[in-house]
Design a protein around this ligand. Structure first.
Ligand code: PMP
Ligand code: GLN
Length: 381
């Protein structure tokens, strides 16, 4: 293994899901729903297989999905993107992130991201030979620290790798925060790669603001999303990126030699999903918000300090009141202690100490599963 990948062992999600399978514990670790998304989405993929659409799709994605992505951005954000030149379908958001970082960073370029950060960011930045600079979001409110963000920028800054709504914190960046990031990006002539896979999972009437909609930002922003989160089809791995044609073409150049293309019938399913009426999106959001409420209430009843997630699949709890001094050890013991799996937040951080007793729990599960998991944790206290 090349030197720059040392330190990136097995991903925490694979390890924690294997632990859940081994022990039969409730898996609130890896973020995936335990119910299927809209029937129309599933049926469209089945139909596509039946209709013989089983050979390589075009490298940039099937035309109806690219058109659906463009229509979706117009409908929800009033953004106009050209389906032929400004969209690239990828194998999940994960490939979009990798394609963007690999396509845009020379070795030694700096990439700014907020910590805690999604695990693939650090590995992908390292693969590119780029340098990670982070600005911390601190439990429990996870507000931006302007001073540390400003300090993270330099003459070598090439990208800002943003994620809103944010995994693992559940934070939805405010418009004011996004404006600050935009201003700094412009000042340093940096490109913003924005991972918005939870775009439809912003709660309490909170609004997800795409970075690309801010003044002067479309031309320096690559927006990434994925059908997995919105339509509860994480196993399909249909993602995409969109932005200025020149940046999209750079990513397409890399992507074609990594996977060339991803599962055609699944692309048909996600195209159908993106065209569903507004109220379907609203009900998916509401369902996830109900899960958020059940889990956070349950964790608070268990005596824990819990973040107030405004979006995503995830809540963060401080497990110190349960006697834990190190969330990594605690998470490995948790199945045995009470039959639940969570993810230690320190794996998403450079500053491990700041997250020493924090655990991320996923709430993208059925209400009865969340109630049972919270009850089990409560009995620990
Ligand atoms: N970015 C974030 C913030 C995520 O949480 C995830 C998956 N949970 C991904 C990217 C990867 O998405 P995909 O499964 O579409 O590759
Ligand atoms: N994004 C999911 C999570 O945060 C996991 C996806 C994966 O396992 N790669 O739990």
């Amino acid at each position: 293994l090349i030197d720059r990948m040392h330190g990136f062992g097995a991903t925490i999600f694979g390890e924690m899901s294997a632990l859940a399978t081994r022990t039969g514990a409730i898996n609130l670790g890896q973020g995936f729903p335990d119910t299927d998304g809209p029937d129309a989405v599933l049926q469209a993929a089945r139909n596509a297989i039946g209709a013989g659409r089983n050979q390589y799709p075009p490298g940039r994605g099937i035309p109806e999905l690219r058109a659906a992505i463009s229509d979706h951005q117009r409908r929800f954000y009033d953004l106009t993107i050209d389906a032929d030149t400004q969209v690239l379908v990828t194998v999940g958001a994960t490939e979009a992130i990798a394609a963007a970082v690999l396509a845009l960073c020379e070795p030694g370029d700096e990439v700014i991201t907020f910590e805690p950060y999604y695990d693939s960011y650090a590995a992908t930045i390292a693969l590119a030979g780029a340098v990670r600079r982070t600005s911390a979001l601190r439990f429990p409110d996870f507000a931006i620290d302007e001073e540390s963000l400003r300090a993270a920028f330099s003459a070598r800054t090439r990208l800002v790798l943003l994620n809103t709504p944010h995994n693992p914190t559940g934070k939805v960046f405010t418009e004011a925060e996004l404006r600050l990031i935009a201003e700094l990006a412009r000042e340093h002539d940096a490109i913003v790669v924005t991972d918005e896979v939870y775009e439809h999972l912003a709660f309490d009437d909170g609004r997800h603001v795409p970075m690309a909609t801010l003044p002067g930002m479309f031309e320096r922003t690559l927006t990434i999303s994925s059908g997995g989160k919105t339509f509860a089809t994480t196993g399909w791995k249909v993602g995409w990126l969109s932005g200025p044609a020149e940046l999209v073409t750079a990513c397409a150049t890399v992507k074609q030699f990594v996977t060339y293309a991803g599962g055609g019938p699944f692309q048909v399913g996600i195209a159908t999903g993106l065209g569903l009426p507004d109220d379907v999106f609203a009900s998916l959001t509401r369902k996830m918000q109900d899960g958020r409420d059940i889990l956070t209430r349950g964790l608070r009843d268990a005596g824990l300090t819990v973040s107030d997630p405004q979006g995503t699949y995830f809540a963060i709890a401080d497990v110190a009141p349960l006697g834990a001094t190190d969330a990594v050890d605690f998470c490995w013991q948790l199945p045995e202690l009470c039959g639940v799996v969570g993810v230690p937040v320190s794996v998403f951080c450079d500053d491990k100490d700041a997250a020493r007793t924090l655990v991320r729990f996923a709430f993208c599960k059925r209400p009865e599963v969340l109630t049972e998991a919270a009850g089990r944790l409560a009995r620990l206290g």
